[in-house]
Design a protein around this ligand. Structure first.
Ligand code: ADP
Ligand code: MG
Length: 140
């Protein structure tokens, strides 16, 4: 498998509980390198663009409000098979269904407030990285 980059967000429920370091420790222990990272406070409109694919879903408004409620940490992770690897480290969307030992099983509060985001495919990873970072900010 080739080296890939994926986009990650440490969500408001996690930043507000001081879990940034604990989550980063799991990312690094999995062999993923954090090649870009910043803490930002999004507006609901900025979240709305990021999650546009979900705009017809009933939870879209709630999701935009939640993601803008507190700061988030946005990141680019690099490694072998990084996209699928990080999805594995994250666990299933609903923490009740996430495998033991995953970030969501360990830390997530609910299906909505589930501590982390990770890209689901190479195309979405490229779009998501470009939304938050310039090329100069990616330091492999
Ligand atoms: P994932 O983040 O695992 O890729 P999705 O892309 O399906 O999951 O959904 C994006 C985000 O929307 C989820 O991480 C979660 O924060 C929120 N979400 C998804 N489904 C629900 C739901 N049924 N109720 C509330 N929030 C949800
Ligand atoms: Mg998704």
């Amino acid at each position: 498998m080739a080296v890939q980059r994926t986009f990650s967000i440490i969500k408001p429920d996690a930043t507000k509980r001081n879990l940034t370091g604990a989550i980063n420790a799991r990312i690094e222990a999995a062999g993923l390198r954090i090649v870009a990272q910043k803490r930002i406070h999004l507006t609901p409109a900025q979240v709305g663009v990021f999650y546009e694919v979900h705009k017809e879903r009933p939870f879209y408004g709630e999701l935009c409000e939640f993601m803008a409620s507190e700061p988030v940490v946005v990141q680019v992770l690099e490694g072998e098979d990084a996209i699928a690897k990080y999805r594995g480290v994250m666990g299933a969307t609903d923490p009740a269904e996430a495998d033991a030992g995953t970030i969501r099983a360990e830390f997530a509060e609910s299906k909505g407030e589930n501590s982390v985001h990770g890209s689901d495919a190479p195309e979405t990873a490229a779009v998501e990285i470009a939304y938050f970072f310039s090329g100069l900010e990616l330091v492999g």
